[in-house]
Design a protein around this ligand. Sequence first.
Ligand code: ZN
Length: 489
Amino acid sequence: MLNDVRFALVDLETTGGQAAHDQIMEVAVRLLDFNGGVEQQWQSLIDPQCSVPPFIENLTGIRQSMLRGQPTFSAIQDTLWRYLDGAVLVAHNARFDAGFLRVNFARYGRQYSPLVLCTLKLARTLYSDWPKHGLEAICDRIGFYSEVHHRAMADVDAMKAFLDYARQDKGEAVFNFEVGLLLGLPVLPPSISQADMDAIPCQPGIYRLLDDAGELLYLGSAKSLQAQVLGHFTNTAGDSKATKLARRVCSVQWQMLAGELSAGLCLSLALRHEKPQMQRRAKAIGKPCCVRFVTNDDGVTQLRLRSGLPSNIAQTGELVAVFRDRKHAKARIIDLAKDADLCRFQLGVLADGERCGCGACDTAGDSVPTLSGGELAEFNIRAREVFASYLYAPWPFTEPVLVYEQNESGFGEWHLINEWRHYGSFTWDESLLLLSARTESESGDQAAISLDDARLKCEQAKDFQYEHYRLLRAFIDDLEWRPLSEFTA
Ligand SMILES: [Zn+2]
């Protein structure tokens, strides 16, 4: 983590703002260890081998005459590289300095792509209430006075003063956390200690991220709880939503479960009852959508969307494609039809005024595309074929089953499933032939039920949930599925 990081505070004075055209005429570096102590510093004027515009002379006080006889970038680049190589580049508006260094080192075959900490961004983050975050404004604010501005070492000193001020003012934990977030390094929120993190098991389960008032921000399931929770505080650089979440997390709660299926089922149940503030409306809650295949008067296969599964699908054996929700179904139909050049006009799924764009429609121009006898037969076959991977898989048992899952520490759970619907999760009590509910289920069932009760329970109507169906299908080959009759026999 941050302890291993070396910081190189850098400032450049240049002949202009364009890294590709303008030249560096002064450089200053201070190497800092993690605790803010200065290890080394170095500065040099550089002969830019071009003229310095008068306004730059006025801004920096660096006169053309001062640069005569100074070393060129070529002459100092080995020295500068030794300071910068392997260190985090720290600069105010660091994109500017990083750009100039990258371009100049590249001229000598060196690839400069350091981790970058921009003190301008850091100041904006830590002190969003300050009206200005330019280096001079910051110096005024923190009471750091310097004789000169816009000279490289003076600006480096100002950055150092700001970093010292912020570390002191905000406290080590907050300062390190914000620096870590900007660098995309794994750092923990100020209120979560390494010991807290170490206590989270590397086991499957669900977890809740809470804010300082104990409000739920995020609810997730994981194969390894520790890794997944840590992931919320890592690699968030550039992802503003993830960064926002990481900033607000104050504590973590978790529940270890028997495996990924258990975690997925538990998560989907929890998401129905809890409303995490920083999570998009949970996937599991949308109404599933299925696509039916019907034949119109001309004998053409057409698609009809409906919410949920037909309730008698087990009896009729009707072929349908099933999707997470209506929006997802519509998007997939468009993609699949386009990929297969299937006519969406014929499929009956074109919106009013929408152009189909398939080959047949393009050929037909303004007239209505038609299918000849041979084309019709082929069309009808392909209209079903393209949905092959979305077709509803009939329930492969003739009765309810118990699915067993167990984690590495030997904790196991049974999931009561019928027709891909989840009727509860239980631990097994051998002596009593009873299933003990892990948590009170949504219908508020009693804590323990007999196998006969379980069978009755599975006869109750229950909505088809796409997320459960998807999860169960994914684990069907890896887990033990036992029909209820095996237990009672
Ligand atoms: Zn078409």
